[in-house]
Design a protein around this ligand. Sequence first.
Ligand code: NAP
Ligand code: MG
Length: 402
Amino acid sequence: MEKIKMTTPLVEMDGDEMTRIIWKEIKDELIYPFVDLKTEYYDLGLIKRDETDDEITVKSAEATKKYGVAVKCATITPNAQRMTEYNLKKMWKSPNGTIRAILDGTVFRAPITLPIIKPVVKTWEAPITIARHAYGDVYKATEFRVGKGKAELVFTDENGVETRETVYDFECDGVLQGQYNKDSSIKSFARSCFNYALSVKQDLWFSTKDTISKKYDHTFKNIFQEIYETEFKAKFEKQGLEYFYTLIDDAVARVIRSKGGFIWALKNYDGDVMSDMVSTAFGSLAMMTSVLVSPDGKYEYEAAHGTVTRHYYRYLKGEKTSTNPMATIYAWTGALRKRGELDGLCDLVDFANKLEKACIDTLLSGVMTKDLVSLTDGSVEIKQVNTSEFIKEIRNNLEKSL
Ligand code: NAP
Ligand code: MG
């Protein structure tokens, strides 16, 4: 078989630990044999980030701006323990945070659902997509640990006029944090959510803590409402769709009682946390896809889960692990499909669809990794396999369809 040609390279961002091992296996077994893969490779593994003073992360984001489509492996966000483990020069920031700050935009996370895996929440009939704002807030916050003294919030406008308010008069040690966001980023967040909702024909929910955060969160609420009224209301009504704003506490309760099948837009931190809850309730973290869409139409595909450290430590001891590669495979298929669409390469789009179908067929035949076994409804005979066996079985199914 002749390999499928590509015209524009994908920006490939390699990562860490177990997902780095799986990354290579996916390329070797499921992509190289079929696609004449063109990528511009950036190693975002922690060792390389430390070596380049994290310049490599910035470069990979800039390459994404240039080419338009990236695929990213999960990466370690260093903490104190990683500082010693990897003997780091500095506690580098989250690569995802850095990339999102450069690309702006919104992260859409949707579970891969299967008829043989019933969600933990019995009322959920259709996937819930989380739309997470991917700019600012706590991910770009400035923080101090402080002692006794006065903390103030000071804003100096372009004419030098100061607005000053006391945050707290510290009588003891404490912590302090400054967060920001930009109207322009919130507007593009709102527009990408409304557009995405229209494109998948689903209702859009949005929630913040506006009752407590009367300026910060309220700004998000106001901007969404204004953009809805002026740009999207007519289109939503024409399609019979609803835009629904509610306080986050209320949203959490309603989501659990809902049937699913809508998009839930959330601020950066809320989206980070809620997407883990939603993905776990739909089955497994390993079945959650994730794509960052920037306001000017750049795409970065990744798995929603991390580097699966616990499995990696077992792998290092020589054990064969049953780590689920589904979300990482879907990061590749998402990126290849988008590249194919943008470059008018029908074969590439077709390949991405067939690879996804081969994954689903494999799971429906009962061949699966350990994380999924206890979630199935008992309607098929299960064969639990390790990661390599699972990927090989997907390859068998893929070859049958080509
Ligand atoms: P994690 O890597 O997502 O893993 C948490 C647990 O979830 C695992 O121990 C495993 O449970 C289960 N799991 C996750 N993905 C799985 C898969 N593909 N197959 C089977 N089980 C899976 O989260 P973490 O342990 O909190 O974080 C590990 C590292 O990843 C950290 O250094 C963190 O900074 C980084 N991280 C990166 C990203 C990203 O790059 N997007 C996102 C989150 C975290 P069992 O052990 O019970 O099997
Ligand atoms: Mg998270």
